[in-house]
Design a protein. Structure first.
Length: 301
């Protein structure tokens, strides 16, 4: 019951934090007060968490129902935030506001845990720097989805970073970066289907079975992704049917007694093997003479 309650409140909190309308209202709260944070850029200060927004997150999906996230909430409840958040002091149409650059999951978990204030490092970044920092933080954990990595590289590319610069920053081959950028250009509905089936579309599968094929257009890519999902579903259904058919039928006590009586009457061993609702009866014999005796008994009776 406790974990379910945490998951529910996490979903509500995430919806509020990532809601553009809510963010706009929060950004307009006390512009004069927030402007004072400009004097502390480059320093660590204690900031009320309600003033910190989440505007851009490299990780497009935050699974607030996962055991790991709930463990993070419980850990923060026990020990507090052990690592400072990195907050960007930004200026928008409504004035100065604060946006979390590093530690979005921790910020979300801290609010769920009831933490009101936290020590933050205040910075001012360009758009490319913000994406780079967020991408680096997520890659260190090694569980960032391949599509999110691709979208992160694409944001850097749009911000003016060359493929070579991205490759150098993240210590990857330029060819690999180019392939990630191809993935980022896929239609959003295709990318959402891939995100929704992480076990089916691993990074290896995405690169080997899709990027390397070089589809002529988005329609071909869409068809290939749909076909893989459909084939996987059909295979799952088929395996379920096979498993069901291989289940042994549980014989009643009355049936077992009848088999034993038949064995006693024939004076030989009898085995019953079942598969699903079907089966077979095996009557053992050693010599042909014994087989003739059994046949005579069965035919006569």
């Amino acid at each position: 019951m406790k974990s379910k309650k945490i998951a529910s409140s996490a979903e509500e909190m995430r919806a509020r934090l990532f809601n553009p309308a809510t963010q706009s209202q929060a950004a307009e709260l006390p512009p004069d007060r927030l402007k004072a944070y400009l004097d502390y850029v480059g320093k660590t200060v204690t900031v009320p968490l309600d003033l910190i927004l989440i505007e851009d997150n490299v990780r497009k999906q935050v699974d607030t129902n996962s055991p790991k996230f709930q463990e993070l909430v419980e850990s923060i409840k026990r020990e507090g935030l052990l690592q400072n958040l990195v907050v960007d002091v930004r200026t928008g149409a409504s004035g100065t506001y604060l946006s979390c650059v590093s530690g979005q999951r921790r910020l979300l978990a801290a609010k769920i845990a009831g933490v009101e204030k936290a020590v933050c490092l205040l910075k001012q970044y360009s758009e490319g720097d913000r994406v780079s920092i967020g991408l680096t933080e997520n890659l260190v954990r090694q569980d960032l989805h391949c599509i999110d990595v691709a979208d992160g590289y694409a944001e850097l590319h749009r911000a003016g970073w060359s493929e070579e610069e991205i490759a150098d920053r993240f210590e990857r081959g330029q060819r690999t970066i180019h392939r990630y950028l191809l993935i980022a250009a896929w239609p959003e509905d295709v990318k959402q289907k891939i995100r929704a089936n992480p076990d089916l579309f691993t990074t290896r599968v995405i690169f080997n079975d899709f990027v390397s094929r070089g589809f002529a257009n988005d329609a071909e890519l869409q068809a290939a992704v749909d076909a893989k999902i459909t084939n996987s579903l059909q295979k799952t259904i088929s395996n379920a049917s096979i498993n069901k058919s291989n289940q042994r039928t549980s014989l009643t006590q009355e049936t077992r007694h009848g088999i034993k009586m038949l064995g006693d009457k024939l004076q030989t061993s009898i085995k019953v093997k079942t598969t699903g609702d079907k089966g077979r009866l095996e009557i053992a014999f050693v010599t042909e003479a014994e087989l003739r005796r059994l046949l005579e008994l069965l035919v006569v009776n």
